[in-house]
Design a protein around this ligand. Structure first.
Ligand code: AP5
Ligand code: MG
Length: 217
């Protein structure tokens, strides 16, 4: 299967995608993680994208589409299916994804929308910490590490993303609620949209997502 996890910034896409991919035996691909890795590696894509994501703005479609489609064209993704987190975020990206998958005889089976109120999103983002080594996600209130500042899973240091500070948070949420939200109609029209309440605890949301995936088949 090929699945899209849709949701505002802080809705739990990364948290849930890691768990869901493991349960379903799929590969998790996060466009945000790809950009952060490209930036750390100092590639051309990373350099071009960094100023956008540090400010909390969308990276231009051409750069994003080229990076993600190239990444998921690797054999293992085509063979096993992907769980996409953070891509697509615009109608143009969704159309390019459909066309790219069609070229290799694949399509999107299901689009899962994690619905969370804006107040809760703000609270989650300002308490989020990420690990340096593998982008594992924590939250000082709802999902703290056992040892403060250290990742439970790989021992690397935790840091706060630049776009989880100051005005960037509000800007990112505005982009979601003004633009990315249009994708709900796009997938609804294709009868591929399932909405899941993301405002429960992490375990409950995982269970609900699995049910939603089963309902897609
Ligand atoms: P990206 O890395 O995708 O960031 P984002 O969209 O801002 O989404 P987040 O990662 O902030 O939220 P999430 O839903 O993954 O939440 P998480 O699980 O971490 O993108 C970064 C940037 O890259 C973009 O701003 C843009 O510039 C660029 N980019 C990426 N894709 C692009 C695209 N397609 N087009 C153009 N540009 C693109 O959870 C958040 C917090 O809540 C954590 O602390 C977590 O522990 C906690 N939490 C999670 N679930 C729960 C729960 N159920 N209850 C309580 N707390 C919870
Ligand atoms: Mg994320």
């Amino acid at each position: 299967m090929n699945i899209i996890l849709l949701g505002a910034q802080g809705s739990g896409k990364g948290t849930q995608a890691k768990r869901l991919a493991q349960t379903l035996g799929m590969h998790h691909v996060s466009s945000g993680d790809l950009f952060r890795k490209a930036s750390e590696a100092g590639t051309e894509v990373g350099k071009k994208a960094q100023s956008y994501f540090d400010r909390g703005e969308l990276v231009p479609d051409d750069l994003t589409v080229a990076m993600v489609l190239e990444h998921i064209s690797q054999e293992k993704y085509v063979r096993d299916g992907v769980l996409l987190d953070g891509f697509p975020r615009t109608i143009a990206q969704a159309q390019a994804l459909d066309q790219g998958l069609l070229r290799v005889g694949r399509f999107i089976d299901c689009s899962l929308y994690l619905e969370v109120p804006r107040e809760e999103l703000l609270h989650r983002l300002s308490g989020r910490y990420i690990c340096q080594a593998n982008q594992h996600v924590y939250n000082i209130d709802t999902n703290p590490p056992k040892v403060p500042g250290i990742c439970d899973l790989d021992g690397s240091e935790l840091y706060q993303r630049a776009d989880d500070q100051g005005s960037a948070i509000q800007k990112r949420l505005d982009i979601f609620f003004n633009e990315t939200i249009r994708l709900l109609d796009y997938y609804e029209q294709q009868h591929k949209l399932k909405t899941v309440n993301g405002n429960h605890n992490i375990e409950q949301v995982s269970k609900d997502l699995i049910h939603a995936v089963k309902a897609c088949k």
